[in-house]
Design a binder for this molecule. Structure first.
Ligand SMILES: C[S@@+](CC[C@H](N)C(=O)[O-])C[C@H]1O[C@@H](n2cnc3c(N)ncnc32)[C@H](O)[C@@H]1O
Length: 367
């Protein structure tokens, strides 16, 4: 079975479940005017493959933990299960989806850790400092690395010594072969911290990556979401455009817009684009991207969609047609967002993009 047919069958099962749930809920059969196929009440299109399937990741997150030889300064991916206490950290060189550049930076981070007098932070249990590494690249090979560090009780001057050491390693030391475009350092006492909670500190290089996508230059900050497979994302956004039917009479509403790519790539077809996004850095990226590409009909709002959307829709109700695109995080949309969309008569088309169409997405669609 090909990966595409596995995915197709999985989507079919999700739609079956959704339809039977709706039938039970309504006590009537689900009827739509759309063409049907595969025993469903709607049309399920074949899976559209990504043009790039090897080394496609533009972002990889590497952990630090004990390797198979017991060395606690090993950088890679976890293998094993927590239940069996068999977790080890292994190198990622054999993984087909990870580009060589990411593996190279991970290997040099490991070299750095092994020569550092400072201990790594393993699962927060035993103290320690050096934590995970995130590597982001664009299609030109520009590379941003982000290192997280548990500060424990270190004084500022001791922290500065560690920052200086890692910067030196990647600029003039052995790590210089990685040719990083930028190195960020984030002090973090939690599994994940946003820029607001603990700022990403630029140790050297360019603050942003710029990615070419659908003829645009997209600005990406360390904290911002960006689809992991750039060529696959182009296919996704083209599909969104085809489904959306946006034209010069429509407003495009991009809810959970991240770096604003959906809105910016459709701006030339719409009368206006309105984007809403929680992460401030991503909103700044979206504004920068619009300005950089000479796009002037986009407006991006920073904050929670559930807070911003109801007011925003009220101000746009009169005489406009709105196409809404939602692409929420895995936790799904807040009920107030669903309600605001349902209550807005101007919204004639809704496109729901989801990387996890069961679970919360199904709940949102039912709502
Ligand atoms: C899957 S990403 C999609 C980003 C973008 N649409 C794209 O295609 O690249 C989901 C985005 O939703 C944002 N988000 C999560 N909760 C949110 C909320 N309550 N309000 C607004 N944005 C939110 C996240 O920060 C993230 O950028």
């Amino acid at each position: 079975m090909t990966q595409e047919s596995v995915k197709f069958e999985a989507q079919k099962r999700i739609l079956w479940r959704l339809e039977s749930y709706l039938q039970k809920l309504n006590g009537v059969s689900v009827t739509t005017s759309a063409p049907r196929a595969e025993g469903l009440s709607c049309l399920l299109h074949p899976i559209i493959p990504s043009p790039v399937i090897n080394g496609y990741r533009n972002k990889s997150t590497f952990s630090v933990n004990r390797g198979p030889d017991g060395n606690p300064k090993t950088v890679g991916y976890y293998l094993g299960t927590w239940r069996d206490r068999s977790i080890v950290c292994v190198w990622s060189n054999h993984l087909k989806n990870i580009p060589e550049k990411h593996n190279q930076v991970a290997q040099y981070y490991e070299v750095f850790l092994r020569q550092s007098p400072v201990e790594p932070c393993l699962l927060f249990h035993e103290g320690g400092y050096w934590r995970e590494l995130i590597v982001r690249t664009n299609s030109q090979g520009h590379t941003m690395a982000i290192i997280t560090f548990h500060p424990q009780e270190l004084r500022q001057e001791d922290l500065n010594v560690q920052k200086e050491a890692v910067k030196k390693f990647f600029t003039t030391g052995p790590g210089a072969v990685c040719d990083l475009s930028s190195l960020y350092f984030q002090e973090s006492t939690m599994t994940r911290c946003s820029h607001q909670q603990s700022p990403y500190q630029l140790l050297f290089g360019e603050p942003h990556l710029f990615e070419d996508l659908l003829g645009l230059k997209i600005c990406i900050s360390p904290d911002a979401f960006f689809q992991i497979n750039t060529a696959g994302a182009e296919v996704l956004y083209r599909t969104v455009r085809e489904l959306s039917g946006v034209n010069s009479n429509t407003i495009l509403l991009d809810i959970c817009c991240g770096t604003g790519v959906i809105g910016v790539s459709l701006a030339q077809y719409a009368s206006q684009v309105l984007g809403i996004e929680l992460v401030e850095q991503a909103v700044e990226d979206a504004r920068r991207t619009a300005a950089f590409n000479g796009i002037t009909n986009c407006e991006f709002h920073a904050g929670r969609a559930e807070k911003i959307l109801p007011q925003l829709l009220k101000s746009k109700e009169d005489g406009h047609f709105i196409v809404a695109v939602v692409n929420p995080a895995r936790a799904g949309l807040h009920y107030q967002v669903v309600q605001a969309i349902r209550n807005c008569r101007a919204i004639r088309t809704l496109i729901f993009v989801s990387c996890k169409p069961h679970g919360e997405t199904t709940r949102n669609i039912i709502e």
